[in-house]
Design a protein around this ligand. Structure first.
Ligand code: T4K
Length: 381
């Protein structure tokens, strides 16, 4: 058994020699950025792979979220989830928009449509839901609410690359969806991201916004930003696409292993049990229940002692960070499900390079802790 750290994730990397011809092309044509040939190729290839029409590549998903809000000219209040990575709410704050946090459905960990509807006021302009762990939001209910109240929907689909619901790409919903290609994601371009939108006009506007607002050499139509993906990242993306199906298949195998083994552990619940969508197996979140002998944080520490870097995604809640906790909607009493899940969740290591011995090591910590006597502290969790 190995003693090297077992990380919650590790990037899938193809053999280095496969990347050399791509680098050679960049060295030959000396186009390093500004929407060059690899950038154009990757946009087309991803549109086909994901089954979407309009896609605009970005340097990362955070800049893409910030730009998406600019593109739709969103102002005022936007309803969003406290149960996500901070970038979701930060993108609102960078646009001077007030995030309105509402509670999640404890089954999916995604925004509860009833809570969204109850939070709508005359100041509400949009909804920014997140498909957490690649689990689909209730896209139909959210669409109905958006139509009824004339709101825009910007999905933070950072985790949703390759996921499908009823055969349709999860990245194709809403006015805009934003996906991440960060090193820690299922499909990575080192850093990277993309906006997926519904029409050519919006894509053209987004393409201008990510390039300082330039339309041509002398025309600037908006106070844009520099959000472009570089050629080296786009070239890497082209290579990654060749390996993505194998990487997702390996992730599926590991998820199956955890599913089968954890089913028999008292006090552990599997969050993504009985999937009804086509998953990318990006995360394996479990919940530590009250009848597990030790608390979630005690289990986290046991993992650390064994050099297993499981992570508490998402704890703390975004609404608990200093720049948000003063908001009326950040009050814990209003977000009971998010608070509860955030205090019990832990994501197990899941990536294509994990070996069987490493998976056994993860399981042995969970099983050994399950045999400990129950403590009072654990019952209170
Ligand atoms: N919206 C949502 C819902 C998101 O989850 C994210 C990002 C975004 C928006 C924004 O997308 P980007 O702007 O990043 O494209 C990580 C990632 O940095 C972040 O991208 C991700 N969500 C978030 C869920 O996780 P940390 O602080 O946990 O990352 P870090 O550096 O601790 O990495 C986790 C583990 O991954 C490490 O223990 C080892 C491994 N790792 C990491 C990196 C960066 C590697 O093996 N190699 C690497 O290069 O945030």
């Amino acid at each position: 058994m190995t003693d090297k750290p077992i990380y919650v994730t590790q990037p899938a990397l193809p053999p280095l020699e496969e990347f050399i011809p791509y680098l050679q092309q960049i060295w030959d044509n000396k186009i390093l950025t500004n929407c060059g040939p690899f950038h154009q190729q990757l946009e087309l290839a991803l549109a086909e792979y994901l089954g979407v029409k309009y896609i605009s590549l970005f340097a990362n998903a955070t800049l893409a979220l910030v730009t998406a809000l600019q593109a739709l000219r969103i102002t005022g209040d936007v309803i969003t989830t406290p149960y996500s990575f901070v970038a979701t709410a930060h993108s609102l704050k960078w646009n001077g928009i007030r995030p309105i946090f509402v509670d999640i459905d404890p089954k999916t960990c995604n925004l509860d449509p009833a809570a969204i509807e109850a939070a709508i006021t005359p100041q509400t302009t949009a909804i920014m839901p997140v498909h957490v762990y690649g689990t689909p939001c209730d896209v139909e209910a959210i669409q109905r609410i958006a139509e009824n109240y004339n709101l825009k929907v910007i999905y933070d689909a950072a985790h949703a690359f390759g996921c499908k619901v009823n055969g349709q790409s999860l990245c194709s919903f809403g006015d805009i969806s934003v996906v991440s290609f960060h090193a820690t994601k299922v499909f990575n371009t080192f850093e990277g991201g993309a906006i997926i939108c519904q029409d050519a006009k919006t894509k053209a506007h987004i393409d201008h916004l990510k390039n300082f607002g330039f339309v041509d050499e002398t025309t600037v139509v908006a106070a844009g930003i520099n959000g472009k993906m570089s050629e080296i990242n786009a070239a890497f993306g082209m290579l990654q696409l060749k390996h993505i199906d194998a990487a997702i298949a390996k992730r599926a195998q590991i998820s199956k292993f955890y599913n089968e083994r954890l089913r028999f552990v008292r006090g552990i619940s599997i969050l993504q049990d009985n999937l009804t969508h086509e998953s990318n197996y990006s995360y394996f979140p479990i919940l530590v229940d009250a009848d597990y002998p030790i608390t979630r944080d005690a289990l986290y520490n046991q993992f650390r002692e064994k050099n297993i870097m499981a992570r508490r995604y998402f704890y703390p809640l975004i609404s608990e960070f200093p720049m948000y906790r003063g908001l009326p909607s950040a009050t814990a009493r209003l977000l009971p499900n998010a608070k509860e899940i955030s205090s019990r969740v832990i994501c197990l290591p899941l990536h294509p390079h994990l070996e069987e011995a490493e998976l056994e090591k993860v399981m042995s910590v969970i099983v050994e802790c399950a045999r400990k006597p129950v403590t009072k502290r654990a019952i209170r969790n």
